[in-house]
Design a protein around this ligand. Structure first.
Ligand code: SF4
Length: 200
């Protein structure tokens, strides 16, 4: 994290401005369906912890997202424990770190009902183009930039594609990446850097 706390109230705004594609996708799905499957909850939940959402705010956030699709009773019995667990407050009290791109790309391959994973790797080319152009207005469907991104995806250079999206959506020159040419290796780094750039 970069030290500045995020409240449940702020997540929507931070998501719109500062979430990388994988988390943007999970968040949009959660907003739409009021539900995420296990690995999706885990991927997004640990990420949110990493951007500075404290445990009590995480409980408020998830309760709100599930909304009336879930009773308080079910939430308290089945979901609250898991949230507390991922913050190291239950079970063996391990402090689980947010997942890196490498872990997201290679672990627990998503099935058709899942929304976790990395869009660059796990979406079909058509779905990826639609998702990127809908989520990031700077990326036009049939632009040379989109073609460049899709070329990187085709050659399985997912980090390169993601780094290019960061540059194009932050007015950063090609090759500068997250700063000093660093490419995206962790979703939390994307968000930390994006929030830093906004403050500059
Ligand atoms: Fe997320 Fe990493 Fe994939 Fe970018 S490359 S979408 S940060 S998993």
């Amino acid at each position: 994290g970069n030290g500045s706390a995020v409240t449940a109230e702020m997540v929507d705004d931070v998501a719109r401005k500062h979430f990388p594609p994988c988390m943007r996708n999970l968040y949009e799905r959660l907003k739409r369906d009021h539900h995420l499957k296990h690995f999706g909850r885990l991927q997004l939940g640990l990420f949110l912890k990493g951007i500075g959402l404290p445990l009590d705010e995480a409980i408020v956030f998830w309760r709100r997202m599930y909304g009336s699709t879930m009773s308080d009773d079910k939430f308290n019995k089945e979901y609250k424990y898991n949230i507390r667990h991922s913050y190291g407050q239950e079970g063996k009290r391990a402090n689980y770190p947010p997942k890196s791109c490498q872990q997201i790309l290679t672990q627990n391959q998503p099935g058709t009902q899942d929304s976790h994973g990395c869009p660059f790797r796990h979406f079909s080319p058509d779905n990826l183009i639609t998702f990127l152009s809908n989520s990031y207005p700077q990326l036009e469907r049939s632009s040379p930039e989109m073609k460049e991104i899709m070329d990187s995806v085709k050659s399985t250079h997912y980090h390169v594609a993601c780094t290019r999206v960061f540059e194009l959506t932050h007015g950063v020159k090609k090759g500068e990446g997250l700063g000093e040419g660093e490419s995206v290796g962790h979703p939390n780094k994307w968000t930390d850097r994006s929030r830093e750039l906004e403050r500059d």
